[in-house]
Write a protein of this length. Structure first.
Length: 329
């Protein structure tokens, strides 16, 4: 009888409640990707910026992407509304309230200074605003944090080094460096020098790799950049030797199924490799990447993957526990 009860499938709302109740960290989240259309319109009005959308609904209907590049064009255009520390604080605070409602107790978000500095926004406004939001989240929501500055890999290493130099006065508020944007033809090895400088300054390294790029880029991220976590890492599924390495060294993958679906990395979520990675002993975590654009926050990602891959409650609990274990709390 007890067994029969245990096997009774949960209703969707029971499963959601279970996943929300799991203490978890979010480790792959671009703050600029949390800009919901409602806040985009509010900040556009505040800063006198003209948007390419007539309404919130119009913005939502533009969010159909054939690949990463198509998404990034739209995503970087929207950052024009972010101009002052107050804007970055509002953005961060809005995200943290959503995260708290999903049972997130720790965050390690990314931000992209190179999408702001060229528009004349000072690093102090960007980092000052983000950390004000994070401190408010810590005080009012109990969410602890570490902050990761990303370099745009489609730009040169010189540009990354100049950005790193601009960040030096703010190192006390930075815990890691990351690498994002267009992966095609922008291998991790291009950023060996700036990563070496960041590591020498005591920061940890992560990098997006194996999202649209090949498994080879994951090897480079580990061996050249010394990344301790790989963001996405989907293409590790093509390379059994790499899967063994990830498992043996406890190098976690910060996976984002709804992003992978929306950017056509794994259009059919039933083919997502997360379950194969779990079975291979790899540390897999669930994250939302750019939730305002990809149709869901972190719990939505757990649930979408659970439905597609028939994951058990144990699998879900394991990924949540792993997210805290591989975090930098
Ligand atoms: N990949 C690369 N760059 C990004 C992403 C992503 O999924 N989201 C925001 N910048
Ligand atoms: Zn990402």
């Amino acid at each position: 009888m007890a067994e029969a009860v245990a096997r009774t499938p949960s209703t969707p709302s029971e499963l959601r409640e279970f996943v929300v109740g799991l203490p978890k960290a979010e480790l792959h989240l671009h703050l600029e990707g949390t800009l919901e259309p409602e806040l985009m319109f509010e900040l556009a009005a505040r800063n006198g910026v003209e948007l390419p959308y007539a309404s919130v609904a119009d913005a939502h209907s533009a969010y159909e992407f054939e690949d990463l590049g198509a998404f990034l064009d739209l995503y970087y255009a929207a950052t024009a509304v972010l101009q002052t520390a107050a804007d970055f604080e509002d953005l961060t605070w809005a995200y943290l309230q959503r995260a708290a409602a999903d049972g997130v107790i720790h965050v390690e978000p990314f931000f992209d200074p190179q999408s702001h500095l060229p528009r004349g926004v000072a690093m102090a406004e960007v980092i000052g605003g983000i950390t004000a939001g994070l401190r408010r989240g810590e005080a009012e929501l109990g969410i602890s944090w570490r902050l990761i500055m990303c370099f745009l890999r489609n730009l040169s290493e010189e540009d990354a080094l100049a950005t790193w130099a601009e960040a030096e006065p703010f190192l006390a508020d930075l815990h890691g460096v990351g690498l994002d944007s267009n992966e095609h033809d922008n291998p991790p090895v291009k950023f060996a020098k700036v990563y070496a400088e960041a590591r020498a300054a005591g920061l940890k390294a992560v990098a997006h790799a194996g999202e649209e790029g090949p498994a080879e880029y994951i090897w480079q991220a580990i061996d050249v950049l010394r990344a301790v976590r790989i963001d996405h890492g989907v293409r590790a599924m093509d390379d059994p030797e790499l899967m063994e390495r990830l498992a043996a060294e406890g190098i976690a993958l910060t996976m984002c199924p709804l992003s992978n679906q929306r950017l056509q990395v794994t259009p059919d979520l039933r083919e997502h490799p997360a379950k194969r990675f779990l079975e291979a002993g790899i540390a897999v975590t669930m994250n939302s990447d750019d939730p305002a654009y990809f149709g869901g926050y972190v719990v939505d990602n757990y649930l979408a993957l659970a439905a597609a891959l028939d994951l058990s409650r144990e699998d879900l609990a394991k990924m949540a526990a792993t997210s805290l274990a591989v975090s930098w709390r």
